[in-house]
Design a binder for this molecule. Sequence first.
Ligand SMILES: N[C@](CCCC[B-](O)(O)O)(CCN1CCCCC1)C(=O)O
Ligand SMILES: [Mn+2]
Ligand SMILES: [Mn+2]
Ligand SMILES: [Mn+2]
Length: 302
Amino acid sequence: KTLAIVGCPFSGGQAKLGVDRGPIHLVQAGLPEQLSELGWKVLFDGHHQFEEIDAASDPPIGKLKNPRLVSRVCEAIAKVVGEHAKKGQLPLTLGGDHSLAMGTISGTFEQYPDACVVWVDAHGDINTAETTDSGNIHGMPVSFLLGLGSKIPEFSWVKPLLKPERLVYIGLRDVDAGEKKILKENGIRAFSMHEVDKYGIGRVVEMALDHVNPKRDRPIHLSFDVDALDPSVAPSTGTPVRGGLTFREGHYICEAIYETGCLVALDIMEVNPSLADEAEVKQTVAVGCSLARSALGETLLG
Ligand SMILES: N[C@](CCCC[B-](O)(O)O)(CCN1CCCCC1)C(=O)O
Ligand SMILES: [Mn+2]
Ligand SMILES: [Mn+2]
Ligand SMILES: [Mn+2]
């Protein structure tokens, strides 16, 4: 099968410098070669270039920061991911901040309207224009995909193709008040770190998949924010939150999803190679690479 690496050097969904260099670090760590080793035919035609919009031409809309830039970049990525999916390839999107998932998941649903989404994250990323406190759009992509909140003309290209019953979270531990309300109101299934502790990761993944993919016959889009992992495991990321997934728990999720045979798209997001010392950056980049390998067929006993 063919894997298409979509390198997205993008940081407009949040305020910290450096996350746009996540893709180049993941590629330079040898990820394409590692995936070829697994038997994938790897397509990588270079990182995408996103031309800037100067701040004067992209003033905030309400609280939303860099709205036109984020919208334009996500729309472009939706097309790229959709085209790869249409050709029967598996798009692996390397971030870059998690606002990009507005694009990647839109692309997946173009080709796989019956898909489900497993969102692995410390955060809900489901704020609307009304509930966001930061205005950082990396905290909002899920609300756009579900069609929640007030309509913003600049984001009119985003179709509400994701239904609440096709979304499940694993790893939540830093959810804003407004997001908690949205999750409840929409009946969205979320396995927080409490459930991970209570049931163990094996059971959590089984219950999560039973919820969104009971017959294991639906395409799966896995969107993995490395800040779902404990900061001791993935320190160099923009919004670290203590009490996260262990190295093994993170990899188990990826291994189990690969085992379903349903994976059609994968995002590895929020690796920011500029927020920690050299060893911690290396560690975070290495974890991003190993998560991708586990989701794409690497097993412990081969
Ligand atoms: N919910 C947050 C964080 C979003 C993280 C995005 B991700 O998951 O892609 O990394 C946090 C909002 N706020 C920050 C200050 C303290 C209160 C919560 C937000 O900015 O909306
Ligand atoms: Mn996220
Ligand atoms: Mn996060
Ligand atoms: Mn982040």
